[in-house]
Design a protein around this ligand. Structure first.
Ligand code: GUN
Length: 293
């Protein structure tokens, strides 16, 4: 049976560390870190994620501001909100919860956030700096995965890491981070995506398999190498009338069959998700301390 990579426990340890660092920073006269979040529309999952982020701010002693807007807000109005937050000296970090309604360009909105407050690490300046191994805000999910790998002392040096999914938020930065000269890092990376032919040929070679495609139970145990480390980024609500909420959460990996092959595996929920939140807090703390720019 695989060892569970417990994102809840690891995230709590990171939050405890952040709370201590906030106390120390403020005792030296530093400001209270302040994260602002923008939420557009009524998407249930997005509301849940943003609420988790706001609650986590409370837990570590940050100030938070949640700005909610109806789904029909215009792109121009939203860009103005971003600019106002850019100009607000009390706010250290700003995130715009994705997805956005179709009439709003994600790129335009995320590019409008000044890189110094882009704690989601989506701005091209931060992505570029990350690829050059310069100080930058690393997107919270990839950053959280690195911290989870580090926490469990998983050796990545020279290992074959296969990333499935090439999104801007997870797959693409993850592939760069695992290959770059760092710890964790220095892996040999294969990046697979929807047009990869013979996907299982690659996944079966992975010492570390990171899956971020958003398709429930896409990876089965027979696609996993014996002893692999399986990191499941997916979290999809799947309808289930027998449940009180009417849905269950499913990862991109079929847990029961993958667990039989893996040496380590992340559960869903309770794996990567909580790490994303504590990594976002960490980025915000770095911003408050002016550590990146
Ligand atoms: N939606 C899914 N993942 C993310 C994330 O990491 N940040 C934001 N802002 N929205 C998301």
């Amino acid at each position: 049976m695989a060892e569970i990579l417990d994102g809840k426990l690891t995230s709590q340890a990171l939050k405890d560390q952040i709370a201590e660092e906030v106390k120390a920073f403020r005792a030296e006269g530093g400001k209270q870190p302040h994260l602002a979040a923008i939420l557009v529309g009524e998407d249930g999952a997005s509301q849940t994620y943003v609420n988790h982020k706001v609650k986590a701010c409370d837990e570590v002693g940050f100030k938070s501001t949640l700005k909610r807007f109806p789904a029909d807000i215009s792109e121009e109005e939203l860009l103005k909100v971003v600019e106002d937050i850019n100009a607000d000296d009390d706010i250290d970090g700003l995130i715009v919860q994705l997805p956005l309604p179709k009439h709003i360009s994600v790129q335009k909105v995320t590019d409008r956030i000044v890189p110094e407050k882009d704690v989601d690490g989506f701005h091209p300046v931060n992505v570029g700096r990350m690829t050059k191994n310069l100080p930058s805000y690393i997107s919270a999910t990839p950053f959280g995965i690195l911290k989870l790998i580090e926490h469990y002392n998983i050796d990545t040096f020279g290992k074959h890491c296969v990333v499935v999914g090439r999104s801007n938020i997870v797959g693409s930065p993850m592939s760069i981070l695992m290959a770059r000269n760092g710890k964790p890092g220095n892996a040999t990376v294969t990046l697979c995506h929807r047009y990869t032919q013979g996907l299982e040929q690659y996944t079966r070679q992975a010492d570390i398999l990171i899956v971020a495609v958003g398709i429930p139970e896409f990876i089965k145990g027979d696609m996993v190498k014996e002893g692999a480390v399986v990191i499941d980024v997916g979290i999809t609500r799947v309808e289930d009338a027998s449940k009180k909420r009417g849905y269950v959460l499913k990862g991109d990996c079929e847990f029961s069959s993958c667990e039989e092959k893996a040496s380590h595996i992340t559960p869903v929920p309770g794996g990567v998700g909580p790490m994303t939140i504590s990594s976002l807090l960490y980025n915000t703390l770095m911003s408050a301390r002016n550590e990146v720019y």
